[in-house]
Design a protein around this ligand. Structure first.
Ligand code: ATP
Length: 594
């Protein structure tokens, strides 16, 4: 088909206000296209030459595009730039520039215009532009583009120019294309949607359905190297509702605050895809390496959450710390400064077998069989509960450990690609609190450091005092806020207090590497005071079997040498602080609780 015909359809799509008209126009187009060119037409309509995970970019900015239009139209680059500024639309700038030329050229396009370019010719040239890389590629890109523009009519050039600068913006969504393909080729929409969730590549599917109809779609399978649409979660705010929805029992997993990763292992290597199906492998060379070492499978598709860790303490850091990975030149630094830890929670495919229709319990079992857990790769912390109290205790533990909450899943559920169903339910908080004041806590134990902190302590177990029982109750494990000098100082300061067992005046559920007689007092601040079953401070005071903890604790730099351990913050003061904390609303996702 000639590209001019496609351009006409694009113009009609652009001018319609009705989705149904949009679908009708696409149906008409799809029916007329040759199977060999339908994929190319679909990619053009959707504004990308290839699906997102292939990461193929034209690599043509506005300046380059302007130069190409200038060369093709015989105008000066300044003039094109002026046109672009005036119209704010590269397409319009190209159209006007080429119209002027057309008016000047007797031969061009008048009456018996020579045969125009086909869709394939336009697509293939754009593909070559994208593929041009390395030395001299800029010139090659410009000459390919200018020669393309010079063979197009002004109206065709308008759409090509918009495509080139990434501003086609026809508002055609994937679902619109799916509807149109289903109607054009008489296949059930569900069949197309299923295939799309397994292989979200509409160019590929369009061609497949045009050539082989529903039979072709039925053969679409998970393929390592091609990401599937991820399963998403609903949201509820109480454990009672969650258990009721999940049939009385749930696999509850920590909801890590990181980046979701779909990891494909194949003989070609390890590839990582984002939630939006982009290839993000380059951002996580450390994760690639640890997957290579820890996962024993020839082929596998795994899912997990990548979280940045503090290399010295092993603490998980908030999501923002992964942002350094987004800038290519910072990746190497980020790997050293904020190494990534992979928390795996699902296995979708293993050595030729699609596991998505197997129950979650089974998938998890298989996952644990192929993963050798280590420092950098673990299986997401989880537990199976049929009791709402227990879910809540686990929830508070997760929050106090810096998680966003839990993801509760039906143990018997299959993996529903692309669906936001009720088999996965997020349990997050509507409110979080804010810790407004510092506390003075006593060091009762310590954990050996790693990395830069090897040979010293990396984190400390700290406690509040209860004068009623003359006992120290733990509140947090703190590793942040210490400079290198602080760590050396702490090591020396604590030496005289070292003992080989828990001090009888200390109550703890944690087992540090080293115990101390209560003596050293530190000033600590945190994000908030939360409930936690991991600490003994005020155990049972707010809810059974759960104590108080400080979330994201940090040493302020102030040693309270002026205070004896018995003058540290008391458990009652902490309880008071917990109760009177300022509450802040937590932003909700789009899927509101019903
Ligand atoms: P949110 O903004 O709450 O993260 P979302 O819309 O990005 O939600 P949802 O599918 O609704 O995504 O919530 C699940 C998200 O939680 C996943 O995309 C994933 O990134 C993250 N997550 C963290 N831990 C887990 C886990 N154990 N199981 C599933 N998802 C997890």
């Amino acid at each position: 088909m000639e590209f001019s015909e496609l351009a006409k359809v694009l113009a009609s799509i652009e001018s319609t206000t009705q989705r149904t008209t949009m679908v009708r126009l696409l149906v008409g187009l799809f029916k007329k296209l040759e199977p060999a060119e339908i994929d190319k037409a679909i990619y053009i309509i959707l504004g990308d030459l290839r699906p997102p995970w292939e990461g193929l970019e034209l690599g043509v900015g506005e300046k380059l595009c302007i130069r190409a239009i200038a060369r093709a139209s015989g105008a000066k680059a300044d003039e094109i730039e002026e046109l672009y500024k005036k119209t704010g639309d590269m397409g319009e700038a190209a159209r006007r520039a080429l119209s002027r030329r057309q008016a000047q050229t007797l031969l061009a396009f008048a009456g018996g215009r020579k045969a125009g370019l086909s869709i394939s010719q336009v697509y293939d040239t754009l593909f070559k532009v994208a593929k041009a890389s390395g030395e001299g590629s800029q010139d090659l890109k410009i000459s390919l583009l200018s020669s393309l523009f010079s063979q197009l009519s002004p109206d065709e050039a308008k759409y090509v120019a918009r495509f080139v600068v990434g501003r086609l913006r026809l508002g055609v969504a994937d679902m619109t294309v799916i509807d149109a393909l289903a109607e054009a080729f008489g296949v059930p929409e569900e069949a197309l949607e299923r295939a799309y969730n397994v292989r979200p590549d509409l160019g590929f599917l369009g061609k497949l359905v045009a050539e082989r109809g529903a039979a072709g779609l039925a053969e679409v399978r998970i393929t390592p190297g091609v990401p599937v649409m991820p399963m998403l979660a609903q949201r509820l705010s109480t454990s009672r509702e969650i258990l009721a929805k999940l049939g009385g029992a749930a696999i509850c997993e920590y909801k890590y605050d990181g980046e979701r990763a779909q990891i494909h292992v194949s003989p070609d290597g390890v590839a990582i895809y984002s939630r939006r199906l982009e290839n993000i492998t380059h951002a996580y060379p450390d994760v690639v390496e640890s997957v290579r070492k820890s996962v024993s499978a020839r082929e596998a598709v795994l899912e997990g959450e990548i979280v940045a860790v503090d290399p010295d303490t092993g603490d998980l850091l908030p999501f923002q710390e992964l942002m350094h990975r987004k800038r290519k030149h910072e990746v190497e630094e980020a790997v050293k400064e904020y190494p990534a830890k992979l928390n795996l929670f699902d296995l979708l495919y293993l050595d030729g077998e699609d596991l998505t229709d197997k129950p979650l319990m089974y998938r998890r079992l298989k996952l644990s069989e192929i993963v050798e857990e280590g420092e950098d790769v673990v299986i997401a912390k989880w537990a199976l509960f049929d009791d709402e109290e227990k879910v809540d205790v686990f929830f508070h533990e997760a929050i106090s450990m810096g998680m966003e909450g839990l993801v509760c899943k039906s143990p018997t559920s299959v993996y529903e690609m692309g669906a936001r169903g009720w088999n996965w339910i997020k349990y997050k908080r509507d409110y979080r609190s804010e810790m407004s004041d510092t506390v003075d806590l006593v060091v009762v134990g310590a954990f050996y450091g790693r990395g830069k902190r090897a040979g010293l302590y990396g984190a400390f177990l700290t406690a509040a005092y209860d004068p009623k029982t003359d006992t120290f109750y733990t509140v947090c494990k703190v590793g942040s806020g210490f400079t290198d000098a602080d760590l050396k100082k702490m090591y020396q300061m604590l030496e005289p207090y070292k003992i080989d067992h828990r001090h009888p005046r200390v109550s703890s559920r944690m087992e540090p590497d080293v115990w101390f007689t209560p003596g050293v007092v530190l000033e600590i601040i945190g994000a908030e005071i939360t409930l936690s079953p991991l600490h003994t401070c005020c155990l049972g005071a707010v809810r059974p079997d759960v104590g108080l903890a400080i979330r994201f604790p940090r040493f302020t730099g102030r040693y309270r040498t002026d205070k004896s351990p018995e003058e540290a913050t008391t458990v009652d003061e902490l309880l008071e602080m917990y109760k009177s904390q300022k509450k802040v609303k937590v932003e909700q996702g789009p899927e509101a609780a019903p």
